[in-house]
Design a protein around this ligand. Structure first.
Ligand SMILES: [Zn+2]
Length: 512
């Protein structure tokens, strides 16, 4: 018997699921925003799940599953139903894991790292402290304190969360295992992307082996064999350029560029900036769309120097995407969908920090420093691409592994081999992005390269200050929300498939 021919379950219809789903998402999103920005010591997620019990009920999952099964392959109904089902699967584990997640958020906001020299450092500020420590011994000491604390307290929380999420997902019985379920719900091939990552690591290995020793020597006075992940933070912090990226000019310069492109950088007050220092604020910047498109927060904790500029550009790309989505799009195209799309827009913005014309016009680098700066950016880009390729390969294998006890060694192996920086076993479950978010980043990287090519063809190399480019971006890209998959958008906008090829070319040209 086909599920589709049954009478609708209870009183929950697809339209009510959308409406209640949006109300639920708004509350959850606001709670995350308040907790991660340090305005609340913890996130009270469980009361929200209780208030919206219908949205994460078995009945809700059933409604989404019925819609998915009843829709024809390739139809618009199937597209929407797949997104709703993907969200429901996530929401089911989200409900069951809410208590665990609250503990994790509270832990992050209050944990303190003890360093051997007697110092106590707020856990959320550790990455900033390590990046700013000029001495390798000091970095390694802080890192040792961090790893000890993480191993003792956070690693088990994270492992439990991912194990339970895996089990809840597989038990729904949608596809054979965790990876196959993710592929069904996302429309993305993990095997295909993993193979591309293996190839990328091979293709760029000799370039990496050639450039890493030079940068490690020049910036840190270290040999590759001495490098740990803590040194990576300091290496990419690139303090030598700080003077050209003054904190006081960041918002003003970047806002001017967005205005030059014909777009209001605050989207008529729909975007609110939260960029000051606040205790308990997450070190990792984020964009929180609380109501889409009406209320979007951009949250950044200042680290100093060029990192903040890159981060601000990235989060502004997200914020503008959410704030310029068409308000009449259904819930699933505004709130759900392939996050490779929003990450691609974020990267389209942050990659201006590799664009000589942009750097010359909107920063204080000056023409003479641009070649050195771009080489350093190319090096950083290559590192992050190699790290994310390795992360995806590891995470795919993680979910294929029968026993997670042996996983920390595999993690250290794969990540260290790809990046040269020595990774710590303590991070095997901490450095995992839930539900293969690394795949979204990698596809975003590929998509932004094609979007940049398209914008250059349409509006010239300085499209970012062409007043006709912004309105086109807002309507042809941002306005569509996340209705399309990244590879569909690549075909529509650029007429090309996603691949690492343009990224390899860009990195090679920056490092030349
Ligand atoms: Zn992002």
């Amino acid at each position: 018997m086909s599920r589709a021919t049954r009478t609708p379950r209870g009183s929950l219809t697809l339209d009510r699921l959308r409406r209640d789903g949006e109300a639920f998402s708004i509350e959850i999103s606001r709670e995350y925003y308040l907790a991660h920005s340090g305005q609340k010591a913890s996130a009270d997620l469980q009361p929200i799940y209780a208030r919206h019990a219908d949205v994460t009920s078995a009945e809700a999952l059933g409604v989404a599953l019925d819609a998915f099964k009843a829709s024809a392959d390739g139809s618009e109904e199937r597209r929407g139903a797949r997104l709703l089902l993907d969200w429901q699967v996530d929401a089911q584990s989200g409900r069951e894991l809410a208590a665990l997640e609250e503990r994790e958020i509270a832990w992050e906001a209050s944990a303190v790292v003890s360093v051997a020299d007697g110092r106590q450092i707020e856990y959320e500020a550790v990455a900033i402290e390590i990046a700013n420590a000029a001495d390798a011994r000091e970095r390694h000491a802080i890192e040792a304190g961090r790893a000890t604390l993480v191993e003792k307290e956070l690693a088990s929380l994270r492992r439990e969360r991912f194990e339970r999420e895996r089990d809840i997902t597989v038990q729904l019985g949608l596809a054979g295992d965790y990876n196959k379920t993710w592929e069904l719900l996302s429309g993305i091939s993990l095997e295909g992307l993993s193979a591309e990552c293996e190839q990328f690591l091979k293709d760029t290995e000799s370039l990496w082996d050639e450039v890493l020793p030079r940068f490690a020597k020049r910036v840190l006075d270290m040999t590759p064999a001495e490098l740990t992940r803590a040194d990576a933070l300091a290496l990419f912090r690139a303090r030598e350029f700080d003077a050209y990226f003054p904190p006081a000019r960041m918002e003003e310069s970047i806002s001017k560029q967005v205005r030059d492109m014909g777009v209001d950088p605050l989207a008529h007050q729909r975007i609110r900036l939260d960029t000051g220092e606040r205790e308990g604020k997450r070190a990792r910047a984020f964009c929180s769309p609380v109501r889409i498109p009406e209320e979007v927060y951009l949250v950044l904790r200042p680290h100093g120097g060029q990192t903040d500029w890159t981060t601000f550009l990235h989060e502004l790309g997200h914020a503008l995407h959410f704030a310029y989505m068409r308000p009449d799009l259904p819930f699933e195209y505004r709130w759900l969908g392939d996050n490779s799309i929003t990450e691609a827009y974020a990267m389209l913005f942050d990659h201006r920090m590799e664009d000589a014309g942009w750097l010359k016009r909107y920063t204080e680098l000056g023409a003479s420093n641009i070649p050195t700066f771009r080489r350093s950016s190319g090096f950083e880009e290559l590192h992050f691409l190699r790290r994310y390729c390795a992360k995806l390969i590891y995470e795919v294998q993680l979910y294929n592994a029968a026993n997670w006890d042996a996983v920390p060694d595999m993690y250290v192996d794969i990540l260290t081999k790809a990046t040269t920086f020595r990774y710590s076993r303590a991070d095997a479950f901490v450095d995992v992005d839930a539900r293969f978010y690394a795949a979204r980043y990698l596809r975003a990287w590929q998509l932004q390269a094609l979007l940049n090519e398209t914008l250059t063809e349409r509006y010239d190399v300085d499209w970012w200050r062409n007043p006709r480019a912004g309105p086109w971006i807002c309507s042809a890209l941002f306005g569509e929300g996340q209705r399309e998959l990244a590879h569909e958008q690549a075909e529509r906008v650029a007429g090309k498939p996603l691949s690492f090829a343009p990224l390899v070319r860009a990195v090679e040209s920056m490092l030349a």
